[in-house]
Every structure is written in C-alpha cells, then in structure tokens.
Design a protein around this ligand. Structure first.
Ligand SMILES: Nc1nc2c(ncn2[C@@H]2O[C@H](COP(=O)(O)OP(=O)(O)OP(=O)(O)O)[C@@H](O)[C@H]2O)c(=O)[nH]1
Length: 310
C-alpha cells in the first residue's frame, strides 16, 4: 500500500516515515502533503517554550497524560535546533516521556537541525501537518529555548505556552523584548521553589503594560514533577483557543501564519535554486574569494548571483 493510503489508514509507522521524508526534503513527502493539505487544520497546536531546564519536557509529559485521561489523542514534536540528531529517542531528556511512547494515542517525535538552512522550520511545519492529517486532537511543539527558535515556534502554534521558573528576575528583563509577547499562557513551573510568587508578580506587571490586548495571558503556578497545577494550565490553554475562535482572531492568526509559511517557502525555494545553480558553476565560491580579497564588493556579488538565475 502506498504511503498516502497508510497515513489515511492511521498507521503510526507511516506517520514517522512521512515526517522523515519531509525532514530529508524528499519531493515525495511534499507531493503527499499537497494532496492531503485539506485534511489539516483540525488539531489545536500548542507551542511550549521557555529557558532550558524550566521543565518543559516534564510539563508536556503531564499535559499529555491529562489529555489522554480525557480520551484525547496527542502529537508531540520536540525541536532542538542545537542537536544534529533526529528521529527517535536520541535526545536524552525526552526519554522521560518514553512511557507515553507505547501509548497508541500519543505520537512523539524529536527533530534536530541537520545543518541545512531553514530546513528545521519547514520540517517542523510538515510534521505538524502529518500529525494533523493522522488526526490527533492536540499537537505540542516543544523547543529548546534559544532565541529565534522560540519565536519561530509561535508561527506554527495557535497557543504558545511560556514556561518560566522562580527567580528568573533579570532574565525576565532580558527575554521580555520580543519573546514575552509571544506567550498566550504563562506557567511558573517549579513553584515548589522560593520566589514563585515574586516571579508571578513580575510577569503580571509586565503584562500590565499591554492593557489594550484583547487577551490577558493568564499566569499559572505549576509543580510539574508533582503533577500540580496541570489541570488549570490545560483549562487556560483550552480557554485561549475558545477566545481565539470567538474573537475572530483564530482566522486572523492562521492567515498570518500561512503568510509567514508561504514567504519562508519562497525564500527556501529561491535559496535552493540560487545555491544549486551557482554552486554548480562554483560562482558563490569564486565570488566569496574575490569579496574577501576586495576584488569585488558583496553587493555586486549578490546581484550577480541573482542575475545568474534569471
Ligand atoms: N523542583 C522541581 N523540579 C522540576 C519541576 N519540573 C521539572 N523539574 C526538574 O527540572 C529538570 C529539568 O526538567 P525538564 O523537563 O528536562 O526541562 P526542559 O525545560 O525540558 O529542559 P531542556 O530540555 O533542557 O530545555 C528535571 O530534573 C526535572 O525533574 C518542578 O515542578 N519542581
């Protein structure tokens, strides 16, 4: 049976296979995704982000289990741009979720960078689609917190959960620019530690600056290792989706996300075309040497490369 049919038949192994093909940039994968695209858009996509070690994996694990108790099916995509590894359980700390691995209602996938430009974002988006077609109710995209990747994730998600820990203090100041505003729901995890209340107050104060916002991100305390605060957190995540739908922002956000996706793909395709052709002709290499030796300037070089594909 072909892969497309196997996906439609809800074969878990076919899902893994299709994600791998997409990750490798295989045309076959995108042929299937083109055909089945109209079957996507049903899952609630949740991005989970926050500093390394905040407890994102532990929290995801508990949220997934809570959803499973409700009978919902879940996909988890763990994205680590700093890791060259991909596929199964190579990322050590994901092993904690391994008992979920044997649950037929849960699909877990790790994705690493593999070194090609823009590839991770494209692969992550493809994985979301595959899981959506497969028919899970919820998709979590968890990322290792390194700047741009956090923002990138928000582009794929309906709801972004920002995980903080007590005593971040100065860190909050540092990350607030650009990153705080992508949080739709906040969790202060490790609330068993000192300073959780203070961190909550600091976050609330920061959120106060944005009085015009139609949605006030709720700030929750959680102790993921003790499974405390998980239900409230899940409720807020669900409420956020309801809010998006009722306010019309759901459509708006999805249009915006689609726009970003198309632009990223155009950039990707263009870069692919340019580098393909130019590297065959060794044009980029030649120009790089010339630019380094000040024989040519980089502006003219870029124009020359672009002219070369016309
Ligand atoms: N005290 C306390 N420790 C916790 C809590 N939740 C998670 N931890 C611990 O914090 C450590 C990091 O948790 P992870 O879930 O791996 O954190 P992460 O954010 O996924 O980490 P990265 O993958 O490095 O980004 C682990 O040792 C957890 O057991 C909590 O509520 N309280």
């Amino acid at each position: 049976m072909d892969l497309e049919q196997r996906i439609l038949n809800k074969e878990k192994r076919a899902v893994a296979r299709l994600i791998t093909l997409a990750e490798n940039g295989e045309k076959e994968a995108f042929k299937i995704l083109k055909k089945l695209y109209n079957k996507t858009g049903n899952a609630h996509v949740i991005g989970i982000t926050g500093p390394p070690g905040a407890g994102k994996s532990t929290l995801t694990d508990k949220l997934v289990k809570a959803l499973r108790r409700e009978g919902k099916t879940v996909g988890v995509i763990a994205v680590d741009p700093t890791s060259p590894f991909t596929g199964g359980s190579i990322l050590g700390d994901r092993v904690r979720m391994s008992e979920l691995n044997t649950d037929p209602g849960v699909f877990i996938r790790s994705m690493g960078a593999r070194g090609h430009l823009g590839g991770l974002s494209k692969a992550t988006r493809a994985a979301v689609k595959v899981l959506d077609i497969y028919g899970v109710d919820y998709i979590f995209i968890e990322t290792v917190g390194v700047g741009q990747s956090e923002v990138d994730i928000a582009k794929n998600a309906d709801t972004t959960l920002m995980v903080m820990v007590p005593g971040l203090g100065d860190d909050i100041q540092a990350i607030k620019a650009g990153i705080m505003e992508i949080g739709d729901v906040f969790a202060i995890n490790k609330a068993d530690r000192d300073g959780a209340k203070r961190t909550a107050t600091e976050i609330e104060m920061m959120l106060d600056f944005n009085k015009e916002a139609k949605w006030r991100p709720p700030v929750n305390m959680a102790i993921a290792i003790k499974n405390e605060g998980i239900d409230d957190l899940l409720n807020d995540i669900k409420k956020h989706l309801e809010f998006l739908k009722e306010s019309g922002l759901y459509e708006e956000r999805r249009v915006q996300n689609s726009k970003l996706e198309i632009i990223d793909l155009v950039k990707d395709n263009l870069m692919g075309m340019i580098l393909d052709k130019s590297s065959k002709e060794k044009l980029v290499d030649e120009l790089s040497k010339k630019v380094a030796n000040r024989e040519v300037d980089p502006y003219t070089s870029a124009e020359e490369i672009l002219n070369n594909i016309k």
